[in-house]
Design a protein around this ligand. Sequence first.
Ligand code: SF4
Ligand code: SF4
Length: 577
Amino acid sequence: MIGRLFRFHGGIKPDAHKNESAGPAIQRAPLPRRLVVPLRQSPRATASCLVEVGQEVLKGERIGEPEGFLGTAVHAPTSGTVVDIARHPMAHPSGLDTECVVIEPDGEERWIEHAPFDYHTASREQALAWLRDCGIVGLGGATFPSHVKLGKGAGIETLILNGAECEPWITCDDRLMRERAADILAGATILRELIGARELVVGIEDNKPEAIAAMKEAAAASPHGVKVVAVPALYPAGGEKQLIRVLTGIEIPYGKLGGDYGVQCFNVGTAHAVYRAIAHGEPLISRIVTLTGNVDNAGNWEVLIGTPVQDLLPLARPRPDTDRTLLGGPMMGFALPRLDVPIVKGSNCLISASPRLFPPAPPEQPCIRCTECAKACPAELQPFELYWFGRSRNFGKAQEYHLFDCIECGCCSYVCPAHIPLVDYFRFAKSEIWAREREKAAADQARDRFEFRNFRQEREKAEKAAKLAAKAAETRAKLAEGVAEAPAAEAAAAEDPKKALIAAALARAKAQKAEVRPQNTDNLSPETQAEIAGIEARRKALEAAAPPAATATTPNADAPAAASDTAATAPGAEPRS
Ligand code: SF4
Ligand code: SF4
């Protein structure tokens, strides 16, 4: 039960810069000329393509089938024609590309048929499958699939709705809470039922008074008992573990998740998407994006997934001295290497940066071991130690010092008097470790394949030898019984099973040949048969007419002349004249 507030370790208080974009209401971004929809919406899973080039699609139509345990479906953000399916660069520091479906909108926004999903009459598994098929993922930036995060439906005591939004400049959740508080709470109530939580708490940073008021009003109207709590504005209060600590006092240790301690966290944007999916049957095809920084028209826009950044930026009217565009906040975001990348489900903010707003960092100095970084680290790490291990490429040691518990919040870099870009070193170290692990996994896979190939060849050889031995034994048995006619086979079988088989085959062929007798009386014409019958009749008549003695001595029944001769030379017969 939420009683008092707690404090997490470390944290900083950078300038919030929220007022620049928090004022105007959310606007709908216009349809771009083309939508580039990545089939990979999160780093963990991709979807298999369901459409082909030239196909007409409707708004909300499924274009990507979820793959694997962490997969979620991907949908067409508007109606139009699929004009390309190819790899396109992603909004990622590396500029890596991924498979995308390119849709040319027809401008009609024709929806696919969709209807509410009655999760009260459906089973829990069916409800989770519905969320997966609606493409619902965490909109706080991590894009973790919500159906997976909802777990087993038991063991969660408290559901926390994360409205902290602690990164400077970003106001998309703030605007969403101000304008759609009732829908967010309806979604949170659905999540609460599906996860089986007893209490629902909304945590909002105290620098968002309008959002707090709107959510409190909606909570008062809700029959489900929702608690809205203002938490101190301290970066990174929006981190999952930090918010859990602040609201419940529970310290989540290294390598553990909130779910292990009976607490689960969902972003307010995710709750809103869950409400749209259940109450209206709408898949997740858009999100709120803050456009701010060095611009004349900062604000928040509802943007279709797949909208290229370069089509979106003009809405905020960046000033001429803009030198780069950051995706995400200035603490955890990164400068986009190119602007033709699409908005994905995790893209919450675009900041136009200028040298005036974001002056270049002073040159890096040697570490003076002041430990300021350790004091600021919300994950209670020793950033200066990690820095040394990362710098000296001692990655094993960096892992020992819990490098992977670093949430890349950037607090350590922010406070470092030596201006060491610590978080960049940690990102580099992590990517090196991942690359090595990928290489190792590939090498292990290759070795496994090689070993399996050897094993398979050995097995096939053994099977072949066993078959030959069995055949040879059979042949020897046949030879022993006298079935095989070639004596050579027996001798051969004794010395070599292969030779025995050949000899046996030869013997069989010889036997078959012997069995085949020439037949010249098959298929005779009726005339020939009649002629043969006549001959037979004459022969039988002659045999019948011949004397028994002569018959007995007649060498050939078909030779009457010879029979006469024999009779003439018989004793008592008269000689011919
Ligand atoms: S804050 Fe900077 S200088 Fe101080 S210990 Fe950490 S890395 Fe070194
Ligand atoms: S970036 Fe990592 S090491 Fe630095 S303060 Fe944040 S969690 Fe700690």
